[in-house]
Design a protein around this ligand. Sequence first.
Ligand SMILES: [Fe+2]
Ligand SMILES: [Fe+2]
Length: 144
Amino acid sequence: MANKELIDALNQDLALELGAITQYMWHHAMAEGLNSPSITELFKKISIVEMKHAESFAERVVYLGGTPVTKPSEIKMGGDLKKMMEDDLAGERNAIKQYKAHLKLAEGLGDPVTRRMLESIIADEEGHDDTWSTILGIKSLLEE
Ligand SMILES: [Fe+2]
Ligand SMILES: [Fe+2]
C-alpha cells in the first residue's frame, strides 16, 4: 500500500504528541508548588495545543486507512522548573526535525493535504520553541 510509509510516519508523530500532552500536563501539575504561575499556565496552554495536534494526526491516519497508535513516546518527568522547560524544549526541537522530514515524505508522495497539515503543526512547534528559548535565554532552533 502506497500510504503505508506515510501512515507509519504520522503514527510516529502521533506518539510524540501523545507524549507531549502528558509531559506538559504533568509539568503543569508538578510545578504548581513553585512560585511561577505564568509558566505553569503556559504548560497547560501548550498541552491543549498538543492535544489538537494529536487529533489531527489521528484523523489523518484513519483517513489514509491506518490505525492510530495509543502509546506515547518517552515522557521526561522530574527536576526543577528549568529542567522541565529544557526537557520540553528538547521535545519541541525533536518534533520539528521529525515533522520536517515527514513533510518531505508527504510532498514526495504527492499528498498536499498532509504536507499542509504538517506545515501548520510545525509552525505551532516553532512557536513553542520560541517560547522556551526566550524564557531560557538561549538561541531559537532556527537561529542556531
Ligand atoms: Fe505538537
Ligand atoms: Fe509543541
